[in-house]
Unconditional design. Structure first.
Length: 438
């Protein structure tokens, strides 16, 4: 046990003291904060490209001008189309919007024309269509002598308000509960996918480096190969948890600093293409409601389960990557065929997780969250939806059993592969190593 602790300590301290680890750990939150600031500035940027559009309303559709939108201005002209086209450069307009007469007010199709030597930009087109659509609606209402209020009453906004049947489900059926659960499920599944994959690959790299540098030959004389592998897995896992813990602390700090010093305020961001600004009061109410729904989640269940699935998934894939790393040389490309069988389940689990967010109780989601190679990622996406206790129990038991079994099998491969040099290893060879007695 003392030797295992020394290996864990060495693996941990060696990595956390590296400049690359320190820079990556500190700069990643800073980069994310800078990214948020830049994105906020971009969305808050008001274009200085002013456009002036002349309107020729031959169909007598407009009661007045189309409302200006940002830096896009409209003016209804009394000049005919051909004359205006000839004088357009002198009039200092960017284009002409031509509204022909309406042939049939009952026709659902109406074609308008925009004359300009400039290309129709993406910000201008929706403003024109929206303005003409409103004007044409008013025109048809008047032409057909319809009651405007009765027509508006036909457009009913329907809101679906969930209601619980039992008191126990009262906190799980809120209006935003399903959306919050979906978002939390995706984030947790994605984080699980990244951590399991990245830190598993880190274990493999560590094994390859020590094997290539012949350091392992000296270490094997003092410790058992299995102890060396476990020390490496636990040490790298501790490094990963340290990095995640630092990020959990730094990310909120960076967000607060960005908000205070750079004026990052999502409620002040403009929607693109003239969709109008977001009401700060509505934004505040929405944020309050979201925070209330998040606080209603069973965090005392979610966090321990997330940690349990992280540890189980990490030990499964880290042990597999360690076994593959012991069978490879310094060229990662040579062992590509060995890493593919490990990578495929991780990728499949990721895509199943995406489908699980939309249908957490489907057969695919349920059985994938029980299957040990998929459950660390898929079940992480189901946890916010409060899956049945029996599914969690079966899933965790299978995960623990599989992790123990794969760690033992990987140890049998590791003990031989770590001392093998100059020979390209195949999957068939790895299977043979499982049954070699030493």
């Amino acid at each position: 046990m003392d030797k295992l602790w020394l290996i864990i300590k060495r693996e941990y301290l060696t990595r956390v003291k590296r400049r690359s680890f320190i820079l990556a750990t500190l700069l990643t939150p800073l980069a994310m904060g800078l990214f948020i600031v830049v994105i906020t500035v971009i969305f808050s940027y008001e274009s200085d490209d002013t456009k002036r559009i002349a309107i020729v309303d031959e169909g007598k559709i407009l009661a007045g001008n189309i409302a200006s939108d940002g830096n896009i201005f409209f003016r209804k002209m009394d000049t005919d189309l051909e004359t205006l086209k000839q004088n357009l450069p002198q009039e200092d307009y960017n284009g002409i919007l031509y509204l022909p007469p309406v042939a049939d007010v009952l026709d659902n199709n109406y074609e308008i024309y925009f004359y300009s030597d400039e290309k129709l930009t993406l910000d201008l087109e929706p403003v024109i269509l929206r303005g003409v659509s409103r004007a044409l609606r008013e025109y048809k209402i008047n032409a057909l002598s319809l009651d405007k209020r009765q027509l508006e009453a036909l457009d009913t906004d329907i809101e679906l308000e969930p209601r619980p049947i039992t008191a126990a489900a009262e906190n799980n059926t809120g209006k935003l509960a399903s959306k919050i659960a979906a978002a939390m499920g995706f984030v947790m599944g994605f984080v699980m996918y990244l951590t399991v994959f990245i830190y598993g690959m880190m274990v493999m790299r560590s094994v390859m480096e020590e094997k290539t540098n012949r350091i392992v030959e000296v270490m094997i004389s003092s410790v058992k190969p299995f102890q060396l592998m476990m020390g490496k897995i636990i040490g790298v896992g501790a490094v990963g948890l340290t990095q995640l813990a630092i990020w959990l602390i730094l990310f909120p700090v960076i967000l607060v600093i960005s908000s205070l010093f750079f004026g990052v305020d999502p409620s002040q961001m403009e929607a693109p293409a003239g969709a109008g600004q977001i009401d700060p009061e509505e934004t505040q109410a929405m944020v309050t409601q979201i925070m209330a729904e998040i606080s209603n989640l069973n965090w005392w269940v979610i966090i321990p389960l997330f940690v349990a699935y992280f540890l189980g998934g990490y030990f499964i894939y880290a042990s597999l990557f360690a076994a593959v790393g012991s069978a490879m040389g310094d060229d990662l490309g040579e062992g590509q065929s060995l890493t593919i069988p490990i990578t495929i389940p991780v990728l499949l689990a990721f895509y199943i997780m995406i489908a699980t967010v939309e249908a957490p109780n489907s057969s695919l989601a349920v059985w994938s969250s029980i299957f040990p190679l998929f459950s660390p990622i898929v079940m992480a996406a189901r946890i916010p939806y409060d899956p049945p206790a029996w599914q969690l129990l079966v899933s965790i038991l299978l995960l623990i059993g599989t992790a123990i079994g794969l760690v033992w099998l990987s140890g049998r491969i590791y003990r031989i592969g770590i001392l093998m040099y100059g020979k390209k290893t195949s999957l068939k060879e790895l299977v043979r190593w499982l049954f070699v007695k030493m």
